[in-house]
Design a protein around this ligand. Structure first.
Ligand SMILES: [Zn+2]
Length: 103
């Protein structure tokens, strides 16, 4: 576009915009990959710990009991490893032994 001796290159804003969009996509992609990797590591380490260690704290003792329940008592419930939140959300929370006995 030429207006009285002044030239404007209409492609420059598009190039700048493309760079910004590409950069933000790269950052978004990298953070998504990093978040998934970190979540997988936390899941895996917690799973290994629950199977192979003897927890000393009440929280981890309950997690181990909850998870071993999934493997050895009710296999189609209690899928969560690090908390029971998602089992509550998806309705896969296993019954407690006392609730099962009272049926
Ligand atoms: Zn397991």
């Amino acid at each position: 576009m030429v207006a009285q001796g002044f030239t404007v290159d209409l492609n420059k804003p598009l190039v700048f915009q493309s760079i910004i969009i590409s950069l933000s996509n790269a950052i978004h992609y990298a953070s998504t990959v990093w978040g998934r990797f970190t979540g997988l590591c936390v899941y895996d380490v917690t799973h290994y710990y629950l199977h192979h260690e003897q927890p000393s704290r009440e929280v981890t003792k309950n997690l181990k009991k909850y998870h071993l329940n999934h493997h050895f008592r009710i296999q189609n419930k209690g899928f969560s490893i690090t908390s029971s939140l998602w089992d509550k959300v998806f309705g896969t929370l296993p019954q407690t032994r006392s609730a099962a006995k009272s049926r």
